[in-house]
Ligand binder design. Structure first.
Ligand code: DAH
Length: 341
């Protein structure tokens, strides 16, 4: 028995701990209830009475040695980890980044478009993405069986009566004119859908901003000046703009709007197909049939409308040359826009 006690004392004396695990092993072996020291105390009852006192004192000595060693090992571990991984944090250091997200470039450009038009008196309106045939086509002067309906590659949800995913934001024009009296001056940003195969240059989901101004005596000159102002605010002051005659069922006359290429500044490059110009919007004077089918008297009021693609404008501003990047959620792409706000 005496030998065993001495062996344990020696073991305690030479014990060391270089990690939390080793410290824990020491605690289990010498401090815990089931430790070897505990076992010795349990054996005290079998010691002859005349030796009990001396042996008890010896056991207390072992217990104290184990506790003193345990404290020593704790202190040693604490001081050795200072400055290491387990050190107390330095609260005076600046905080590390909280991993904040960044604004999506399409959101940024949409907000910019909204701000530019708000400053010249347009308000923002919204409409449904799931739409009926009337608001997406018929009221916009698309005749029944007209090829223009086919050109829009519509996703149908139900047939007869037709319910579909809107192919453009022009549906909101109709809803506005049905529910509000002129003067109307609104822009309508939103998501639109077309049944297109996804590639770098085409997508089945994209974004547009529609514009509508209806009042007495609104003229083509107003349309021109408004979009001229927009292009200069959105891009730089030297941006040139041109109106190219075009056709849309809901406007007469109609024009497509080109701006001087932002990449090559008009010299010619791949993006502008060496023309120096890129198309950014469709526009025109609201067709009298559209005013009438939305409940506005075309004898009294005139209006202009336009529709632009947010992806296209973002491409020109940030040189994003693949439409798929916008929806793939690739952090390497998104992180490039961290400074936008
Ligand atoms: N809705 C047309 C499109 O998606 C764009 C458009 C053209 C909108 C002319 C208009 C407009 O309001 O006047 O291609």
């Amino acid at each position: 028995m005496q030998e065993k006690v001495n062996a344990i004392l020696a073991e305690i004396g030479s014990a060391d701990a270089n990690s939390q695990e080793e410290l824990e092993q020491f605690r289990i072996r010498f401090i815990s209830k089931k430790s070897v020291v505990g076992e010795l105390f349990a054996g005290l009852k079998d010691v002859p009475n005349e030796e009990k006192k001396a042996f008890g004192m010896k056991l207390n000595e072992v217990k104290q040695a184990a506790q003193a060693k345990f404290k020593e090992l704790i202190d040693k571990l604490e001081s050795s980890s200072e400055g290491g991984d387990h050190a107390h944090p330095d609260l005076t250091l600046p905080p590390s980044g909280a991993g904040l997200g960044s604004m999506h470039p399409l959101t940024y450009v949409r907000n910019q478009i909204i701000q530019i038009f708000e400053r010249i008196g347009f308000n923002v309106a919204d409409g449904p993405e799931i739409e009926d045939d009337f608001h997406n086509f018929t009221a916009l002067n698309f005749p029944e069986n007209h090829p223009a309906r086919e050109m829009q590659d519509t996703f149908f949800i139900e047939k007869n009566p037709d319910i579909l995913l809107r192919t453009h934001t022009s549906n909101v024009q109709v809803r506005l004119m049905q529910h509000q009296k002129p003067p109307l001056r609104s822009i309508m940003p939103g998501r639109v859908y077309r049944n297109e195969a996804i590639s770098a240059r085409a997508h089945c989901v994209f974004h547009q901003v529609e514009g509508l101004y209806v009042d007495k005596n609104v003229s083509f000159a107003d349309l021109k000046q408004t979009l001229y102002h927009f292009a200069k605010e959105m891009f730089d002051k030297d941006t040139k703009i041109r109106f190219r005659p075009s056709y849309f069922p809901f406007t007469e006359p109609s024009a497509e709007i080109d701006i001087s290429c932002q990449i090559c500044k008009g010299d010619g490059c791949q993006l502008c197909k060496y023309t120096g110009w890129v198309e950014i919007a469709g526009s025109g004077m609201v067709d009298p049939n559209v005013l009438a089918s939305s409940g506005i008297d075309p004898e009294e009021y005139t209006g202009f409308a336009f529709g632009m693609g947010i992806e296209r404008i973002t491409q020109l501003k940030f040189r994003v040359n693949d439409l798929r990047l916008y929806t793939e959620n690739d952090v390497r792409f998104l992180q490039q826009f961290k400074t936008l706000h």
